[in-house]
Design a protein around this ligand. Structure first.
Ligand code: WQD
Length: 339
């Protein structure tokens, strides 16, 4: 298939581009490069040996997107990852988050309808489940409970828009993938996460401490009702996450489906730090800090539906993710900017 990948130069996008190309698909990227760099695409090309036509533009620029799709016709499917993703920033700038995330998705659906593209795989998030009522989370678990931030709300709204579009168009094949916590990097060390400033997420933060760029990890809460008192999450290697997109794309049938992409294995903050110490061979100082507002004690997936219906399952462990993140970190101490 020829696949248009929105946000294809981002952390998950670049890994998904590699997985699609390695599965035999042709990839086109549209990305405004606001959170990443064209260097990511160059490295995808270096790893795969493929040429990846790339449009540097906002997906909401319907004229530019339409021209790009026509230039590369026929485009068979879209994998839609473009969007803003910083939870805290979404609380401070809600209108921008709704504008970019929802606006991008609507523009894309319009272009798909006009250009006869009938397949979409959307990057949603386990954040749509809000505070879990029961664990593990299945796709039937309630969504929208205590959704504390506009970022999560945009994901839920976009899921509903895509679901409604599929209900109205019998030709549309639509899938939402609810990611748990993506971590790790490409094993080559060429592609990885490139957060700007001080990272918010745990593994990038731990890695900065391991390399000596930050003094210590603040463990947000050690009195949760969990085995070691720290938060439990379902950390999924970004390469496994990427292969989930390929499976969803290849199996998509008319209608709308939702799949969890997670390992099903809860890992605590302290366990992740210990795994990163093993992978890096460094001591990682940490101190217990107050709980972070908005955090839940535990969240992890039941990935059985994706296993059953997509024939997909994770292959890589938290140790693999730490090793690969550390390779990326040590080879690219300044991210893509150092290239
Ligand atoms: C993981 C665990 C923290 C940093 C967020 C978004 C979600 C998705 C992924 C999408 C928690 C603890 C963290 C630190 C810590 N984003 N922690 N010290 O909050 O599960 O999910 O990122 O684009 O939508 O909500 O991930 O990595 O921030 O935190 O103790 O310095 O690590 O409390 O238990 P989270 P995270």
């Amino acid at each position: 298939m020829r696949v248009l990948l929105t946000g294809g130069a981002g952390y998950i996008g670049a890994h998904t581009a590699i997985a699609l190309i390695e599965a035999g698909h042709d990839v086109l990227i549209i990305d405004d490069m606001s959170g990443t760099s064209v260097e990511a695409v160059r490295r995808v090309e270096r790893i795969t040996g493929a040429t990846v036509p790339t449009l540097v533009a906002d997906v909401r620029d319907v004229d530019a997107l339409t021209a790009f799709v026509r230039e590369h016709a026929p485009v068979d499917a879209v994998v839609h990852l473009a969007g803003l993703k910083a939870v805290g920033e979404s609380v401070a700038e809600p209108v921008r988050y709704y504008d970019v995330n929802v606006g991008t998705s609507i523009a894309l659906l319009k272009v798909m309808a006009a250009e006869g593209i009938h397949t979409i795989v959307f990057s949603s998030s386990a954040t749509v489940y809000g505070t879990p009522e029961a664990l593990p989370l299945t796709e039937d678990s309630p969504t929208g409970i205590d959704l504390a931030n506009p970022y999560g709300k945009t994901k839920r709204i976009i899921e509903e828009i895509i679901s409604d579009a599929a209900a109205a168009d019998p030709q549309l094949r639509a899938v939402s993938l609810r990611y748990f916590n993506p971590v790790g990097a490409h094993p080559s060390g060429l592609i990885g996460e490139d957060p700007h400033g001080i990272p918010n997420n745990l593994m990038p933060f731990v890695s900065r401490v391991a390399i000596g760029a930050l003094p210590e990890v603040a463990v947000f809460g050690s009195d949760y009702d969990t085995p070691d008192g720290t938060g439990l999450r379902d950390y999924i290697h970004v390469s496994d996450l990427a292969s989930g997109h390929v499976a969803a794309l290849e199996q998509a049938s008319p209608g709308y489906e939702v799949y969890n992409l997670g390992t099903g294995e809860p890992v605590s903050v302290l366990e992740l730090i210990a795994a990163f110490e093993r992978a890096s061979g460094r001591d990682i100082p940490r101190r217990v800090a107050p709980r972070r507002p908005g955090d839940v004690a535990a969240t992890y997936a039941d990935p059985a539906k994706a296993q059953r219906e997509l024939g997909w399952s994770t292959r890589l462990t938290i140790d693999d993710a730490c090793r690969d993140y550390w390779t990326w970190q040590t080879q690219n101490p300044n991210g893509y900017a150092g290239a």
